[in-house]
Ligand binder design. Sequence first.
Ligand code: FDA
Length: 393
Amino acid sequence: MKSSPFDVIIIGAGAAGMFAAFTAGQRGRRVLLIDHSSKIGEKIRISGGGRCNFTNLHASPAQYLSQNPHFCRSALARYTPQDFLKLLQQHSIRYHEKTLGQLFCDDSAQQIIDMLVSECRDGDVQWSTGTTVNHIEQAPTGRFHLQTSRGLFDTESLIIATGGLSIPQIGATGFGYDVARQFGLRMVEPSPGLVPLAFPAPDWQQYADLSGLSVDAEVSCQKTQFREAILITHKGISGPAILQISSFWKPGQMLSIDLAPHDDLRSRLQERAHSEQLLSNALAEWLPKRFAQLWCDERGINLPLKQLGSKALEKIGEELHHWLVRPAGTVGYKKAEVTLGGVDTRDLSSKTMMANDVPGLFFIGEVVDVTGWLGGYNFQWAWASAHAAGSVA
Ligand code: FDA
């Protein structure tokens, strides 16, 4: 490694950190990239089921949550999904659209890591992995001094790209939040996002037996709704529609689940009001059989449709379109794909990601209070915010 001083030091060699490193390095800046882990880009590697959903063709500020929903606008406009696709083409990485604009590698997420490493090489980026940063201070000159397990480093610009608290088992820490607080930036309280929801064990006991079963549904919380699959798990509910809504759900709130968004069960059941068919058998035409059976048994209404009568069938249809559940909580950071909240955007420049009151200090990626929906939006934020900072740091 070339010795200190550096022009730019980046802490966190994940998606945002590597992208910012090569962007600054290829501008001729002397860049050092530090990570406490010996493995880099671990979240990229495990993302998208090993194929990395690296962007979304429809990425726009509308798919991001933040206390300031406009903050992400500038960076996203200046580095778009198309820009990232050009980079992939230069590296001959093949990809495909799975659904809803979500782009995945044809082969492996490792290709994205290799591409970022190769770009870093072109930018002559220096690496220091397996390195703990113990202390940071800003000298009166404005330069940052870092005390690390590999000695002292000195830099003009410092970029914090250490991500959020999700998946501590692969190295997530609250380091970035501590640095923000140290330099007087405000924080938006972090919480797990894109995360399965749990129910108290006794209430969920019967449904737990259906673990693995998936239903096409529309899930609503307050004014937000998502139509995708929901998945029954041992502890509660998951699947894309639940992960999406979890970022909007607050403890104590109810969710309304439409179990048959593709049909009108009120009229379907009415049409059979004189039938001898058991309710669960009728419902099995629109819902997974085991789910229909349990849903009816739980309510003690698994009777012939004729016996239930028209009024009751109307009510049953209505309930299936508005299954009301109140989760006890999320399953926490161990399973959350992202962390909501983070460094308060009021204290950052939306053009450069630099702290308004600390010249030379930048925050990018998930550590910032900008969180995307499920579907490639979080990586697009990592690339775009890294591009904004790496272009000026
Ligand atoms: P990221 O977490 O990637 O990197 C942070 C880096 O900082 C890590 O290398 C870490 O080791 C390092 N670090 C942490 N603390 C440190 C410390 N104290 N000192 C030094 N280094 C430190 N998004 C998406 O758009 N499409 C997808 O397919 C998926 N899939 C997905 C699956 C799973 C299982 C998870 C958990 C997450 C996703 N995501 C996703 C979300 C996406 O992975 C995430 O938003 C980005 O990786 C965030 O990039 P960052 O670079 O900001 O943080």
